[in-house]
Design a protein around this ligand. Structure first.
Ligand code: OAD
Length: 247
């Protein structure tokens, strides 16, 4: 059998050991900030300065020397680039840690469905720009020059995730699904495993059972930097063995 098309879904848990907070753990971002204050279009309309402060803080963290891709990011980069069939890494994370491990042409394997902290979008002209500084309510758009319309290029609650058509196409062809470091509470990503049931092999890799853990064919629980590299080596060895048997 040729190797099946692969989708890897990741969430905040994969970046936890790189020093970035998850959302729903006891010390997570949603324990310290209310979603309706910082992560909805209504919050941005009501108090853009507060929303900017939240994302400025998170963007600045990405430049801390200690915040680097960990062994799990590196292992998944190896998996999607070495996999002998189409492979797509769909991340809910807005950090750039996967992107750092998939430079140049390898970036085609990565789809950040909830947006990217290191990009900003102009509400006046729609232009998306690479962005590493703080944003303010007065920041002018580098494309159209108008101030006041720059927002983080982030998908907020109530907005449509990015790349859904590409995800749908990949889901239609998918025969192997890995879910890594996500609590399985935010749709549509949380629904992928149920949609793939019966037609793809599904594996959860997470610190603890996610909400949809019982829907997976198999699950392994532990820190991402330990269990992800081991699973990746196993899957690649399996694919290699099957290729040899065919040949
Ligand atoms: P959550 O914070 O909901 O879940 C993180 C998961 O990672 C939990 O199940 C943890 O047990 C697990 N975890 C924590 N540390 C880990 C480690 N070292 N190794 C492996 N797993 C670990 O984050 P997400 O599922 O990513 O959306 O959340 C999904 C979306 O909800 C986010 O993209 C964000 C949030 O609201 C938006 O902001 C639109």
């Amino acid at each position: 059998m040729p190797a099946p098309a692969l989708i890897v879904l990741t969430g905040a848990g994969i970046s936890a050991e790189s020093g970035l907070a998850t959302f729903r753990d006891p010390n997570g971002l949603w324990a310290r900030h209310r979603i309706e204050d910082v992560a909805t279009p209504e919050a941005f309309a009501r108090d853009p300065a507060r929303v900017h402060a939240f994302y400025n803080m998170r963007r600045a963290q990405l430049h801390e020397p200690a915040v680097q891709p960990n062994a799990a990011h590196h292992a998944l980069a190896r998996l999607v680039t070495a996999w002998p069939a189409p492979a797509l890494l769909v991340t809910q994370n807005v950090d750039d840690l996967h992107a750092r491990t998939l430079p140049g042409a390898a970036a085609r394997h990565l789809l950040p469905m909830h947006g990217e902290l290191r990009k900003a979008r102009c509400l006046h002209c729609g232009q998306v720009t690479a962005w590493d500084q703080d944003l303010s309510t007065q920041t002018p758009c580098p494309a159209c020059g108008k101030p006041g319309g720059m927002r983080p290029h982030i998908v907020w609650f109530g907005e449509t995730p990015l790349g859904l058509e590409r995800i749908e196409d990949a889901m239609a062809a998918c025969g192997m699904f890995l879910s890594v470091g996500t609590s399985g509470q935010v749709y549509p990503a949380a629904g992928f495993v149920a949609a793939l049931r019966g037609r793809a092999r599904t594996l959860e890799l997470n610190l603890e059972p996610s909400l949809g853990s019982h829907l997976f064919d198999a699950a392994e629980h532990g820190p991402a930097t330990t269990i992800v590299p081991a699973a990746v080596e196993r899957l690649l060895a399996e694919a290699e063995r099957e290729k040899k048997e065919e040949g």
